[in-house]
Design a protein around this ligand. Structure first.
Ligand SMILES: [Zn+2]
Length: 339
């Protein structure tokens, strides 16, 4: 029977010798064999311990590399990433939905020639009348009563031709140039398609007389509404009055400004060209500022010119004014003296 040493767990040497005495082999040989077996056991145990140690070291090393890699990749413990992203999202103001855009337009060069062809045989002392769609009428480029009356006779009715209602006349008639009317009808139909429930109506298109009202008064002969290419527009969903600041806040109105050039229309009096405080009457300076900011006033100039104005070809990529555009193209010489 073999007992074990309580401390080492190895077989008790003395008892092992007694056990060996009962064997038939010579003592010296047995002792040698016992020593050899003992060495083998120690060696085996040593190898097992070494193997376990190696496995442990390898495991620890692999674990350490994994942690280091993780830290290199994220520089943050994984569980901290989500809350940081959440904070970023919460700190950023919610983005306004982009106004829905219509397909980009390809403008053939021939459109440019059409824009500056006379669209009327009416004579006038205003030198820009010969540019047709690009005619310029303002306090420095005025027209007389004969021109106004003759121009009116050339126009078509938006109500009867396209079913576009006049919300309010404001001394005007719901009349427009034939080509401009067709393009306006397309634009307003697309507006309604983009924003169901919204329908733009006209407030005033052609005017035979000027307006004698507060800050936006315009003497007869100086109004852009004499061109027959213009309409003031309103979406009754926003109320019954024209208000530049209120309208500009609406996505739908931003759509109009962003897309109207594709139909040949421009925002005729954009804020950037208003020249600061309102002037009475409209006050055009030598560079093309107008003194007016009327986000409801849309003017037809043809797709080619509208594209150049809206994309700021002559104004460092920023929305142009009609006055500045005509001067930059060399179509007018002096914005102050009307030549
Ligand atoms: Zn107007």
């Amino acid at each position: 029977m073999i007992t074990k040493n309580k401390l080492s767990g190895r077989p008790n040497a003395r008892l092992t010798e007694q056990f060996n005495h009962s064997n038939s082999e010579p003592v010296s040989k047995k002792a040698h064999k016992t020593k050899s077996a003992h060495k083998k056991r120690i060696s085996t145990k040593f190898m097992i311990a070494l193997l376990i140690l190696l496995i442990a070291v390898a495991g620890a090393t692999f674990g350490a590399i994994t942690v280091v890699r993780k830290n290199i990749n994220t520089d943050q413990p994984a569980e901290e990433i989500e809350p940081i992203e959440d904070n970023i999202k919460n700190d950023v103001e919610p983005e306004a939905a982009e106004p829905e855009m219509v397909e980009e337009v390809e403008v053939p060069i021939s459109e440019d020639m059409q824009s500056i062809q006379p669209i009327t045989n009416i004579t006038s002392s205003n030198p820009t009348i010969k540019y047709g769609r690009l005619m310029l009428i303002n306090p420095n480029f005025m027209v007389d009563g004969d021109f106004i009356a003759a121009r009116k006779s050339e126009l078509i009715s938006l109500s009867s031709t396209y079913g576009i209602s006049e919300y309010h006349s404001y001394n005007g008639d719901n009349l427009i140039d034939k080509e401009a009317g067709a393009q306006l009808a397309r634009m307003l139909a697309d507006y309604t398609a983009a924003y169901p429930g919204h329908e733009i109506q006209t407030v005033s298109c052609f005017r035979s007389i000027g307006t004698s009202c507060g800050r936006l008064c315009m003497p007869t002969g100086a109004s852009d509404h004499h061109t027959g290419l213009t309409c003031d527009l309103i979406d009754p969903v926003y109320g019954d009055s024209l208000d530049t600041d209120t309208l500009d806040q609406h996505l739908e109105w931003q759509w109009l400004k962003a897309n109207s050039y594709k139909y040949g229309f421009i925002d005729r009096f954009p804020l950037a060209w208003s020249g600061g405080p309102m002037s009475e009457p409209m006050n055009v300076d030598g560079e093309g500022s107008t003194g007016l900011y009327e986000t409801w006033h849309y003017r037809y100039v043809g797709v080619y010119a509208a594209t150049q104005i809206a994309t700021g070809v002559y104004n460092n990529g920023e929305y142009d004014s009609l006055e500045h555009y005509l001067k930059a193209r060399g179509l007018v010489t002096d914005l102050l003296s009307g030549i």
